[in-house]
Design a protein around this ligand. Structure first.
Ligand code: AMZ
Length: 265
């Protein structure tokens, strides 16, 4: 039996109160470092702008090992060139998967069932599907049933509206309607990226994440804007299953060991 008030003990400790539940009964949120790939490098973009690259590191495998050494047990790998239809980092991704520093969820530009199949064959723990999944619901259903428990719907959201194609297209649909539409599929999770918060470290869109976590029958992976331990505790309190952290780890604003110690067991 698990207590589902995720993070209640951590919040109590942060307030210097005794934890309300025995630790072994509390389900913890997972923190996942982002490895965003561009032209073979690991990058971070400020405010989601390709013109405003603020981090560029040249050895993705070394970085993956560094996050694993810090204690993280999953990595979030995105091919930004493929997502924005500018190129591909497929070779780097295959090398990352073969290196096996930690299980990887992979996405960005995955637009065919063959690509999903190949990534899983190459060792991906999960595949994130955004643009094609949102534009072509029948395709998503086919792929999800062909690979049950391995696909995540990537819902990139600016304010409440879904955005696709490297965040250049805005769909008329809102994120909560997309959650309803996929509720019967055997997905591994729902990745919600608050594009309007991305790369700023000014806090995530908590209301959005809370509403999606309430509506979603799948584990919710939250991304965008995480900058502090308090952001992580707040997400956990709202029932979010996993948090993807980018800029705050690369900028050294969050201590990776401290985050992994609490959120990656
Ligand atoms: O930074 C961007 N412009 C960007 C980005 N990080 N565009 C897409 N993505 C990510 C999504 C999701 O994980 O957050 O790529 C994935 C979806 O890709 P696609 O090609 O399936 O929409």
């Amino acid at each position: 039996m698990f207590i589902h008030r995720r993070g209640a003990n951590a919040v109590a400790r942060s307030l210097r109160r005794p934890p309300p539940y025995p630790d072994h009964l509390v389900v913890r949120m997972l923190a996942i470092p982002a490895i965003d790939l561009r032209e073979g490098h690991v990058v971070q973009l400020a405010g989601a702008s390709f013109e405003d690259e603020v981090v560029r590191l040249d050895d993705p495998l070394r970085i993956a090992h560094q996050w694993a050494l810090a204690g993280f047990t999953r990595l979030h790998v995105v091919d930004l060139d493929a997502a924005s239809e500018r190129g591909s980092n497929r070779d780097v991704i295959v090398r990352l998967l073969h290196a096996g520093a930690a299980p990887c969820q992979v996405g960005g530009g995955v637009r065919s069932e063959r690509q999903v199949h190949d990534l899983l064959e190459a060792g991906a723990a999960g595949v994130m599907l955004g643009t094609r999944a949102l534009e072509d619901p029948d395709w998503l259903a086919r792929v999800a049933f062909a690979h049950p428990g391995r696909c995540l719907l990537a819902a990139d959201v600016r304010e409440r509206r879904l955005v696709t194609r490297g965040w250049t297209q805005t769909l008329p649909r809102e994120v909560l309607s997309a959650v309803d539409d996929v509720a019967a599929l055997p997905l591994a999770g729902l990745l919600v990226t608050a594009v309007h918060r991305e790369g700023r470290m000014e806090g995530t869109d908590l209301r959005l994440m809370e509403e999606v976590a309430e509506a979603s029958p799948f584990p919710v992976f939250a991304a965008g804007g995480i900058g502090t331990m308090a952001d992580l505790w707040a997400l956990e309190e709202r029932g979010v299953a996993a948090a993807v952290i980018g800029m705050a780890l690369y900028a050294g604003v969050l201590d990776p060991r401290r985050v992994a110690e609490e959120f990656a067991l």
